[in-house]
Design a binder for this molecule. Structure first.
Ligand code: F6R
Length: 610
């Protein structure tokens, strides 16, 4: 998703900006651009469709040099991906601006600006903001005041970086809804969408809050609220380390990250398990007292993280007396919900910056839930900062857009949370000891599933020419099937849907023929006999089945049944283990189809717009 990097320094900034953009590439984008104020105090802008490397090439042919500048990677929202729509946007070579977010009232603002004589070069909502600042500058005394006055007219979400030849020693920034961070250097200061962009130049950061306005010079950073009151925001030293961008023996980050799962699960468990108890591993205040008061858990997330939440509902309700509901953030945030007592509001997110999840958290806080807790992979993210409690996944940086190790470590954290809730409420069923025993087995069991790699690669050949696929599971394997279908869709572009296997006969069975591969996950759980009957319904209608089945359940290879035999695994951790073959299957299908596995079309890693 869009990424911003800005710098004001006593040295040329173009290389700093380009390196920052390269470090934001993992978020997903379709074009990139940079603007600097040169020695003649003129805005020099360079933009390119496609990768940062294309921008770099243009800059090599026509170098730009300046000590203050802004840059951007764009993920198209308004207007197609093109050089014309790429940021920075200008207003008559007098204002240059980069923007992350969506301006909802841009059409009415655009009409008003056109009637005042402004000419638009792009289809973006961002260009509206550039002209609006230009217009307000006619009555305001400084660029800072003009940005403040212009943003008063905006509806929607934004993080902005603005420069102008009028004030060559200033960089103005502001945020509402979209993240923006200030990086503090020596005689130089920076802005960036995340700390990764600025790690080569500093490890001291100020996390801007909604409504903050910042005036950066080389030697100072001043932050003000909407009323113009000066604010004192804390400076944080980041412990984040640079993304490990070494692919090692792997062709794609996704495959590297699939293979890292035994280690990332081990890291997430490190120091958190006692002999038969779970150590208190939730950060925040009054954790035990809070867990003892929980009557209900409400989980909110998006995409893959939402699937983790769905699995957790099965776990929580089967292992404790606490009820649980799970919903995607984009729906929850706009839905009225009656207030209930004792609700622990849990958000799950790899990035911690997902706009819908953040908005849902804000809503939950205004609804006065018992406490908010986030399960997240990025320690300094907005969700962590906004939540009362946090439980970290220790997956390490995930670069592939399709989430893999973040998902399995989220499941580990969710199981720890279920165990901690049981423990805090006088676990009478031996739930905690069972969780601990099984989690300890997990890293080794994950290693052994990865050994199925070659077998799954062969299976993938059956899918490469297909247009559709169905994924089936029952109980807590149904969300595993949903996650398998999502992985196949997003990286191989094959249409895939997941169903609870018992639901087939209520409609989807009509789709079954030999052109529709059907994938099912079949661990040896209490529902296995039910699942086997559902699979027979498919087979007798000519469906081609691809099963990941426990070797003890007695499903054998036949004409239209392909079976990958799985080890017998404990029921509580089966969803984590059965996720792996589905990740591998999607990966190999995508490789056969020749898609851009790590950066699938139209998708972004960090979804910072609604
Ligand atoms: C799919 C995927 C997405 C994310 C979703 C939420 O592979 O990665 O569905 O899970 O965009 O992102 P986070 O977890 O960062 O909130």
């Amino acid at each position: 998703m869009c990424g911003i990097v800005g710098a004001i320094a006593q040295r040329p900034v173009v290389e700093i900006l380009l390196e920052g953009l390269r470090r934001l590439e993992y978020r997903g984008y379709d074009s990139a651009g940079v603007a600097v104020l040169d020695a003649n105090n003129t805005i020099q802008r360079t933009r390119a469709l496609g990768r940062v490397a294309a921008l770099e090439e243009k800059l090599q042919q026509q170098p730009a040099r300046g000590m203050v500048g802004i840059s951007h990677t764009r993920w198209a929202t308004h207007g197609e991906p093109s050089e014309r729509n790429a940021h920075p946007h200008l207003s008559s070579n007098h204002i240059a601006i980069v923007h992350n977010g969506i301006i909802e009232n841009y059409e009415e603002l655009r009409e008003a600006l056109i009637s005042k004589g402004y000419h638009f070069e792009s289809e973006t909502d961002t260009e509206v903001v550039a002209h609006l600042i230009e217009e307000t500058l006619k009555t305001e005394s400084s660029l800072f005041d003009a940005v403040k006055a212009a943003t008063k007219q905006l509806r929607g979400a934004y993080a902005l970086g603005v420069i102008s030849p009028d004030e060559p020693d200033t960089l103005i920034a502001t945020r509402k809804g979209s993240p923006l961070i200030v990086g503090l250097g020596l005689g130089e200061n920076f802005i960036g969408s995340d700390v990764q962009a600025m790690l080569p130049v500093t490890n001291r950061f100020i996390y801007l809050e909604n409504g903050d306005f910042v005036k950066l010079s080389r030697h100072s950073v001043e932050i003000f609220d909407t009323e113009g009151k000066k604010l004192d925001r804390p400076i944080k030293e980041s412990k984040a380390c640079s993304l490990d961008s070494d692919l090692g023996e792997f062709r794609h980050y996704m495959m590297k990250e699939i293979h890292e799962q035994p280690q990332s699960v081990q890291n997430t468990l490190e120091g958190r398990l006692g002999r038969d108890t779970i150590k208190q591993c939730i950060e925040g205040e009054n954790v035990l007292e809070t867990l003892q008061q929980v009557k209900e858990v409400q989980i909110i997330a998006c995409g893959t993280s939402y699937h983790a939440g769905l699995i957790a509902r099965y776990w929580l309700e089967s292992m404790t007396d606490i009820s649980c509901s799970v919903e995607v953030a984009s729906e929850y945030r706009y839905r009225r919900q009656p207030q209930r007592d004792g609700v622990l509001f849990v958000t799950i997110s790899q990035s911690g910056e997902t706009a819908d999840t953040l908005a849902a958290l804000e809503k939950a806080k205004s609804n006065k839930c018992l406490a908010t807790l986030t399960i997240c992979n990025v320690a300094e993210s907005s969700l962590i900062r906004e939540s009362d409690l946090s439980l970290m996944t220790v997956a390490g940086a995930e670069i592939g857009v399709a989430s893999t190790k973040a998902f399995t470590t989220q499941l580990v954290c969710l199981q720890l949370l279920v165990g901690l809730l049981a423990q805090a409420n006088g676990d009478s069923l031996g739930v905690v000891a069972n969780i601990v025993t099984n989690l300890k087995k997990l890293p080794v069991l994950l290693e052994s599933v990865l050994d199925k790699d070659a077998e799954i690669e062969i299976l993938a050949e059956h899918f490469a020419e297909k247009n559709h696929a169905l994924f089936l599971g029952r109980g807590d394997q149904y969300p595993v099937a949903m996650e398998g279908a999502l992985k196949l869709k997003e990286i191989s572009y094959i249409h895939a849907e997941a169903y609870p296997a018992g639901e087939l006969k209520h409609g989807p069975l009509a789709l079954v023929d030999n052109e529709m591969p059907i994938v099912a996950v079949a661990p040896n759980t209490t529902l296995i006999e039910k699942l086997k009957s559902n699979l027979e319904e498919v087979r007798s209608r000519g469906g081609e089945l691809y099963l990941f089945a426990d070797k003890k359940v007695g499903i054998s290879q036949k004409d239209n049944i392909h079976v990958v035999e799985m080890e017998d695994v404990p029921e509580t951790i089966a969803p984590i283990i059965y996720t792996i073959p589905l990740q591998l299957l999607s990966y190999y299908v995508a490789v056969l189809k020749g898609t851009d596995v790590d950066k699938p079309r139209n998708l972004a890693k960090s979804v910072t717009v609604e």
